[in-house]
Write a protein that binds this ligand. Structure first.
Ligand code: BMA
Length: 333
């Protein structure tokens, strides 16, 4: 059972929302689309590239029929040119849905991590591409696992990833899920797994947490977002489903540059909380902020992309030093 209720939360004042939010929604998509959300974003050949979850069906009748992954390019990270066709879809007897893509450039190639529904549980895939047309499978986890994000470079000669297995028997409570870290010599074989952050150490979650956008490298450490969920059983219908009593917020933490298994700063309050009309109403699931992309510009500006309400893609902006201060000094900024 959920522990204490979390109550009211507020976004950090260091974050501002892009004035053109949502930066992408179903009306911008030139093929069947009802909900688009949870987008991987990175810089690729001097442009920004985005891959995003596209649930198609009927927005009007609140019906989803299937999922593919769409592709968009941008020159400024804000205005997006959606490509005429989706770029990725999984449909085999065993694997039925790929979604929640995250993008990481490593050694000049673009890696896409994604969640996969299979007939035998939820798995995490990693594929690599040089053109967003052909994708080569690199690895697929065992169930149940979701939200894999890759670090953009080797650390002490190993690749690292954050991930979120979901133990259903061993944790003694329903949906009590944590963030883990693993390493690999080749991005294919993963091991040396450790708990990175337990949900009990996040004061604004009473349920589960998971990795957000792939970490970015700063002078002070690896800066990375995560999603944090709180449950309030008194919440009722809050979107398409009969009952949606969860809220998703975005948190932020800083990991040691040389040893990313070590958290050197964790902001004890959420960074982004559902607050605007496009986050709190009219969504498939209202009150969901799901960060999946983060870009550090030369100016020190950080672009944070997040899915809003599992319905649109939004952008938030912050200064990298402010984000680092939040992690190191908590609420005393
Ligand atoms: C998670 C995933 C995400 C989704 C989130 C909120 O479990 O399914 O795709 O954004 O829930 O509904």
């Amino acid at each position: 059972m959920a522990e204490q209720l979390i109550g009211e939360l507020k976004s950090s004042p260091v974050v501002s929302r892009c004035s053109t939010n949502p930066v992408l929604s179903a009306k911008d998509i030139p093929y069947p689309s009802a909900l688009i959300f949870n987008a991987g974003v990175t810089k690729f050949h001097n442009r920004y590239v985005m891959t995003f979850t596209n649930d198609y069906g009927s927005l009007k009748d609140e019906r989803i029929e299937g999922t593919n992954i769409g592709l968009a390019y941008s020159n400024d990270g804000e205005k997006w040119d959606v490509q005429p066709e989706p770029c990725f879809k999984l449909e085999t007897d065993e694997l039925t849905r790929a979604y929640d893509p995250r993008l990481t450039m490593i050694e000049d190639r673009c890696y896409m991590c994604f969640a996969v529904h299979s007939r035998h549980g939820i798995r995490c895939g990693i594929a690599v591409t040089d053109n967003f047309i052909n994708f080569e499978f690199v690895s697929l986890s065992v169930p149940d696992n979701r939200n894999i994000v890759l670090f953009p470079e080797k650390i002490n000669n190993m690749y690292f990833r954050l991930e979120r297995p979901f133990p259903v028997y061993g944790r003694n409570e329903v949906e009590r899920f944590d963030i883990w870290i693993s390493e690999s010599p080749d991005l294919r074989y993963w091991g040396n797994s450790d708990l990175l952050l337990g949900v009990e150490d996040v004061p604004f979650s009473n349920l589960k947490i998971g990795p957000g956008a792939p970490p970015i490298k700063t002078e002070k450490g690896w800066l990375t977002t995560f999603h944090a969920v709180d449950l309030d059983p008194s919440r009722g219908k809050n979107g398409w489903e009969d009952i949606w009593n969860k809220r998703y917020t975005a948190g932020i933490m800083l990991l040691d540059l040389e040893n990313p298994r070590k958290i050197i700063g964790l902001y004890d309050q959420p960074l982004i909380v559902p607050e605007t009309s496009y986050e709190t109403g009219g969504c498939y699931r209202n009150d969901v902020i799901f960060p999946t992309g983060m870009i550090l510009e030369n100016t020190g500006e950080v672009k944070i992309y997040y899915g809003a309400g599992d319905t649109t893609i939004c952008l938030a902006l912050a200064d990298v030093n402010d984000l680092i201060s939040l992690c190191l000094n908590g609420n005393t900024l």
